[in-house]
Design a protein around this ligand. Structure first.
Ligand SMILES: Cc1ncc(COP(=O)(O)O)c(C=O)c1O
Length: 384
């Protein structure tokens, strides 16, 4: 079966008792047992629920992985993954990372002795040199949030394997439609399913996908022991959203590509970060490991910081909001919103300027989106 067929059919068997084509929502906390521990595979929803199982089957098949475990959020999925590490373990991560992931490591896991070291994962030599520090895992986000940096998943996996280091990839921006990190050697993938996978800005969710049975056992245990389970209703909504993932990703990509090109040629734009543009410093690598470049475009305008802040509240179709990956277009100011938990010093060291704006390009008509951008920018230039 191919991608869009799997998105519709895997994990979506009609209900056996009624014939309902759509599996029902199992809003239950517990399950009746015939005798102690004699049940139909489910005993308590914190540990398992048919709506989790359905979604896990779909997600594992789309990533071409063996196992998936769904969580209450993307950060819940990362929490489960990192909980398999121990005190004094070191994790390496790239220098452009979702702010909440950074905060989770630095404000929570560091208190339990799991340490994070930020390195430049674009620099293969630096990755190889960092192996001397004997890390237990390397956490890659590619394309990264918000600078759309691209990391060479396959090369880093080869280095990591030599040193018995686990590789975890956050595949939220690319989705399995454009990139399959397990096939490039990753040990586990996480997604914030809140984003493209759900696709409709109506749920928060996460998933870990792996081919490694031991990792699967440990993260299932973490979900149950820490209480990182999602709601069955949210999983049902994600299962519904995922059916159009292929169509949506095509349109996000088409729109984003046109908008990135348009903005690159605009006289009030200093720099456009989009891996699909030949001007992107890792465009060739992006072409090698991705089948398309996704729907996020980050931009530095040739405006003062005050004008930039005014601009982001000026659009009619691009709503000013955190998050990304929904059908509707959003605009975000990373320095004061999604990445505010990273210090200004750390942000600037890694190239994240206060003037950067991140656009999540939706699936509206691209002409309307471009008109909205033009009008918003013109209002700023011509206002006194
Ligand atoms: C790349 C990336 N990973 C993980 C997360 C966290 O996901 P969630 O908000 O579902 O916890 C986000 C959220 O924005 C993200 O952008």
């Amino acid at each position: 079966m191919r991608f869009s067929t799997k998105a519709i059919h895997v994990g979506q068997n009609p209900d056996k008792t009624t014939g309902a084509i759509i599996p029902p929502i199992y809003l239950t906390s517990t399950y009746v047992q015939e005798a102690p521990n004699q049940h139909n595979g489910y005993d308590y929803t914190r540990a398992g629920n048919p709506n989790y199982t359905n979604l896990e089957q779909t997600l594992a098949s789309l990533e071409e992985g063996a196992y998936a475990t769904v969580f209450s959020s993307g950060l819940g999925a990362i929490t489960a993954l990192i909980s398999i590490l121990k005190k004094d373990d070191l994790v390496l991560a790239g220098n452009d990372l979702y702010g909440g992931t950074f905060r989770l490591f630095n404000n929570i896991f560091s208190n339990f002795g799991v340490n994070l070291k930020i390195i430049d994962t674009q620099n293969i030599q630096e990755v190889e040199n960092s192996m001397k520090l004997k890390p237990k895992a390397i956490f890659l986000e590619t394309p990264s949030n918000p600078l759309l940096k691209i990391t060479d998943i396959q090369t880093i996996n080869k280095i990591a394997k030599k040193y018995y280091v686990l590789t975890f990839v956050d595949n939220t921006f690319a989705t399995p439609y454009f990139q399959k990190p397990l096939n490039l050697g990753a040990d586990a993938i996480i997604h914030s399913t809140t984003k493209y996978i759900g696709g409709h800005s109506d749920i928060i969710g996460g998933v870990v996908i792996t081919n490694n049975e031991k990792i699967k056992e440990k993260i299932d245990f973490a979900r149950k022991a820490i209480g990182l389970n999602p709601s069955p209703f949210d999983c049902w909504l994600i299962s519904r959203g995922i059916k159009t993932l292929a169509l949506r990703m095509e349109k996000h990509f088409q729109n984003a590509f046109k908008i990135a090109k348009f903005l690159e040629s605009h006289k009030k734009v200093k720099k456009v970060h989009y891996p699909g543009l030949p001007s992107h410093s890792q465009h060739q690598l992006a072409k090698k490991q991705m089948n398309g470049f996704g729907g996020i475009v980050s931009v530095e305008f040739d405006l003062t910081l005050e004008q930039t802040k005014k601009l982001i509240s000026n659009f009619k179709l691009f709503s000013l909001a955190e998050s990304l990956g929904g059908v509707e277009s959003l605009v975000d100011h990373p320095a004061s919103m999604t990445h505010a938990s990273i210090s200004k010093e750390e942000r600037e060291k890694n190239g994240l300027k206060d003037s950067l704006i991140r656009f999540s390009i939706g699936i509206e008509d691209e002409k309307d989106l471009i008109e909205d951008l033009c009008e918003g920018i013109d209002q700023i230039i011509f206002s006194k």
